[in-house]
Structure formats: structure tokens, C-alpha cells
Design a protein around this ligand. Structure first.
Ligand SMILES: [Zn+2]
Length: 475
């Protein structure tokens, strides 16, 4: 029996309504990052809203604001101390901008329509904050029912502390959020394990319900490449026009690189192949075995995968380079002597910063390298948490308990999350924000997308799953 089964159905129904109310309240406080000039304090306002909710149920939350307007909030529920290090419910408070023109409903009105809550942050990641707060409220209920003070007494049944930490600034590198916390308030992040965004969400492929759980994520290594040519008159073209050199460099950078299968992706591909029928399984097995050459592998992926998943899968089996910024020129009749390219490189676990830079130089080639000055803009280490052990086993078993057809499997994120920051304090972090979706939902497209929305039934599924994970890991 799951721990959640000992709570009455009517209580879960009320708890679900509270989750939806929380989510809608959170969406209606725009916490856009980068903060717009006319509303620079959205993150702090969301942090204050959560602090008020936590205070209202008798907890003693803390709020920090390393930079004005960029608040993060935290609360701790106590266990009896016999179970080891805490468990962390992690989230970020900020959202990306949402120009409203193509949305069905205003992105900050939190309209409920057709069984979905619409709004920026519905999936990334205010829905998960609402679920996490819902779990905290159930734990506080248990303390109150036993006549205890939830701020100071151990919660009945908890052997380790539960940390509730919502950080600012995830969407722009976390320097005012989780990275700041890792240095100044490591007690908010340090735990035996954490759950965070981007995983535990069902994906239906060929009628099978897969639940990828994020156990790893790629690193990032963006570079700025200054290209030097010669200024001149546009009436007399030059071969060393910096715009022309930049164009050639961009073409070389953008070629898909060789495939390298990391241990996490071997497990993902083998588990997905075991779950899927026919040709799709055969393709995944060939890639897992390292047999396919890059061009053939990409073509095979395109043939069996939805384009959205194909793009993700191609990115997860190689280091990627995406030239995303190019600037050159001042006027149509002036040959530019300078151009700038910014290339977004994402590295697999095992690729070093030096190796990535060497690859950028190799692709530019000796004939063009002399014209280039390469500067590293940033570096984010790839991170990996074990897809085994007690917490992993609980994540898998709990999904199966709530969805008997669930096929949980470990996967890597092609992008970065606050798991980069928690890795600095040694906290294994799992992308696990449990949602059971309708078979035709294209969840990945909702991240940062138009009409971002989350299903009411998906949230109804997620709350007891998350509760059971906490109860089992901390019990
Ligand atoms: Zn996010």
C-alpha cells in the first residue's frame, strides 16, 4: 500500500483544488527573467507569496534577496533525525518572457480552459512548486493532527528533514539563485537527494507510456568568436570580408558531430528499445551498440521518431554546436572588417572544457583560425546522478504504483537546470515532477512555448506520487 492511500479521497480532492489555486496564484505573479524594467521584483513577489502561505500553516520560512527583486524562499520540515541527510524539494521561481500575441489566453491570467491551466510557468515550473507546496501542506496536516508544532517538532513518520527551496534566476544562469545559495546558504540545498523539474512526465510512444526521469544533464560551453577581415568599399569585393569569413565558419560549426553514447544514454536506449515495438526498437538498439555512423543514425532516428523527440535524441548522443548569434556590417556599401559569432556548445558528461574548445578550433579549420579570436563566455559542468540506489528505486516503484503501465527509465537533459548548482554541494538531483499526460500531448514544446499549459488530471496524478516519494524516502 502506498502512504498516500492512508489519506481519505476527499482530502486528496481538496488538496488537488489547493494545488490548482496555488498554481493560478503563482502564474498571476509574473516573475519574468530577465526582470523587465516595469516589474523588476517578480521573483521576490512570488517568494513572498510562498512565504506567506508557509507562514499561514505554521512554518517559519526564510527569504533571501541577494540582489533587490531577486528573492528565493525556503522552509524546513523536521524529521526525527534517525534517517540521515535531508530530502530536498527544489524549484525555481522565475519564468521566461511570454509575448502574448499568439496565445489563446493571456499568459499571466491563469485561465482554466478545457481541463488545462494556461499560463507562463504552468510547466516550467510553477506547477511543480504547487505540487511541492501541496506535499508540504499534507506533512504539516500530519503534525497538526498529532497536536505538534510543525515549525519545531518532528513531523510524524519523517526520519529525515524535508527541505522546500524555491530559487530565483534559473532561467539566466542561477547566479542570483541556486548558485548563490550553494555558496551562501548551502543548508538550503545540501541533501541526500533532491527532486526538481523536467522528468517523471509521461511520454506515450507507440502506445507505451514511458516516464523518463532526468538523472543527468549536459554541460554548456558558449564561445564568442571575433572574426577579423579587412574593411573596404562595397563596390570592390574582398575575399577577407569578415561577413563572408563568418558565413564559412558558421557552416563548419553547424555540422552534426560524431556520436558518443554515455552510460546513462545506453541505459535509456536499451530500456526504450525493450519497451517499444518493431523498427523503433531496432534503431535504438543499433545506436546503443554504437554501430550506426552519425549520418545513418540521424536518418534512422528521424524515420522512427516524432521530430521533437528526434531533435532531443540527436542532441543527447553527441556534443552539439549551435551558432546562434552573428553580427557584422555597418552599411550596405561598406565591407565589414569585423564580425562576431556566438556559438552555443553543449557537452556530454566526459567532455572537458579544453576538449570542446579544441573541437571548435578544429571545425573552424587552420585556413580560417588565424582570422579568429575565441573567447569562452561561460562553462557549466555536465552533471550525473546515479540511476540506482534507494531514491532511484523509490522514484521508479512509486510511478509504477500509481500507473501500472508506467515504464520509468533514466535519461539526460540536453539543457541545464539548477542541478548544476546542487551538484556543487553534492546533492544528487533528479528531474522528477510527476505528471501523467494524455497520449497526444507534446510536453517538450510547452517549455518556453506558446500556450504553455498543464492538465488538471496530470496535476491530480502528480500530487500523491510526490507525497509518496517523500514519505518513502524520509520514512
Ligand atoms: Zn525550468
Amino acid at each position: 500500500m502506498t502512504p498516500s492511500a492512508s489519506i481519505a479521497a476527499a482530502t486528496w480532492a481538496t488538496a488537488h483544488d489547493d494545488v490548482v489555486r496555488t498554481l493560478r496564484d503563482l502564474i498571476r505573479i509574473p516573475s519574468i527573467n530577465p526582470p523587465p524594467l516595469d516589474a523588476p521584483d517578480g521573483e521576490t513577489r512570488v517568494a513572498r507569496y510562498l512565504a506567506d502561505r508557509l507562514t499561514a500553516i505554521g512554518l517559519e520560512p526564510e527569504l533571501v534577496e541577494p540582489t533587490p527583486g531577486r528573492g528565493s524562499v525556503h522552509a524546513r520540515l523536521r524529521g526525527d533525525g534517525t534517517g540521515g541527510d535531508p530530502f530536498l524539494l527544489l524549484s525555481h521561481l522565475d519564468v521566461v518572457p511570454a509575448p502574448p500575441s499568439r496565445w489563446t489566453h493571456d499568459p499571466f491570467e491563469a485561465v482554466v480552459d478545457g481541463g488545462y491551466v494556461y499560463g507562463r510557468g504552468a510547466v516550467d515550473m510553477k506547477g511543480m512548486i504547487a505540487l511541492e507546496l501541496g506535499v508540504v501542506e499534507r506533512l504539516v496536516d500530519a503534525a497538526r493532527a498529532a497536536g505538534l508544532d510543525p515549525a519545531h517538532d518532528p513531523i510524524p513518520g519523517l526520519r529525515r528533514d524535508v527541505l522546500f527551496t524555491c530559487a530565483a534566476d534559473e532561467e539566466a544562469g542561477s547566479l542570483d539563485g541556486a548558485r548563490w545559495l550553494a555558496v551562501h546558504r548551502p543548508d538550503w540545498l545540501r541533501a541526500a537527494g533532491a527532486v526538481n523539474e523536467c522528468g517523471g512526465v509521461s511520454v506515450t510512444v507507440a502506445g507505451r507510456r514511458l516516464y523518463p526521469i532526468m538523472v543527468a544533464e549536459k554541460g554548456f560551453a558558449p564561445y564568442r568568436i571575433a572574426v577579423t577581415g579587412t574593411w573596404g568599399h562595397g563596390s570592390m569585393p574582398r575575399a577577407d570580408n569578415a561577413a563572408v569569413l563568418a558565413a564559412r565558419i558558421i557552416e563548419r560549426l553547424a555540422v552534426p558531430g560524431p556520436i558518443r553514447i554515455t552510460p546513462v544514454m545506453t541505459r535509456f536506449l536499451e530500456a526504450a528499445a525493450a519497451a517499444l515495438p518493431g523498427e523503433a526498437a531496432a534503431v535504438l538498439r543499433r545506436i546503443a551498440a554504437g554501430e550506426a555512423d552519425p549520418t545513418a543514425a540521424d536518418a534512422a532516428i528521424d524515420a522512427v521518431c516524432d521530430p521533437m523527440y528526434a531533435r532531443a535524441l540527436r542532441a543527447l548522443i553527441r556534443d552539439t554546436l549551435s551558432p546562434d548569434v552573428v553580427t557584422a556590417g555597418v552599411k550596405y556599401n561598406v565591407i565589414p572588417g569585423d564580425a562576431v559569432i556566438e556559438v552555443d556548445c553543449r557537452v556530454l558528461p566526459g567532455t572537458t572544457q579544453a576538449a570542446m574548445r579544441a573541437e571548435v578550433e578544429r571545425r573552424i579549420g587552420p585556413d580560417l583560425l588565424d582570422a579568429c579570436e575565441i573567447e569562452a563566455i561561460a562553462w557549466g559542468e555536465p552533471v550525473e546522478s546515479p540511476a540506482e540506489g534507494p531514491l532511484w528505486d523509490i522514484l521508479v516503484a512509486t510511478l509504477r504504483d500509481h500507473d501500472p503501465e508506467a515504464i520509468p527509465l533514466p535519461v539526460m537533459a540536453p539543457f541545464a537546470t539548477d542541478a548544476k548548482a546542487t551538484s556543487l554541494v553534492g546533492t544528487p538531483t533528479y528531474g522528477f515532477s510527476p505528471l501523467r499526460l494524455e497520449p497526444d500531448e507534446r510536453f517538450l514544446e510547452r517549455f518556453h512555448g506558446v500556450d504553455e499549459r498543464v492538465g488538471l488530471d496530470a496535476l491530480r496524478f502528480g500530487l500523491p506520487v510526490l507525497y509518496d516519494v517523500v514519505r518513502r524516502f524520509c520514512g
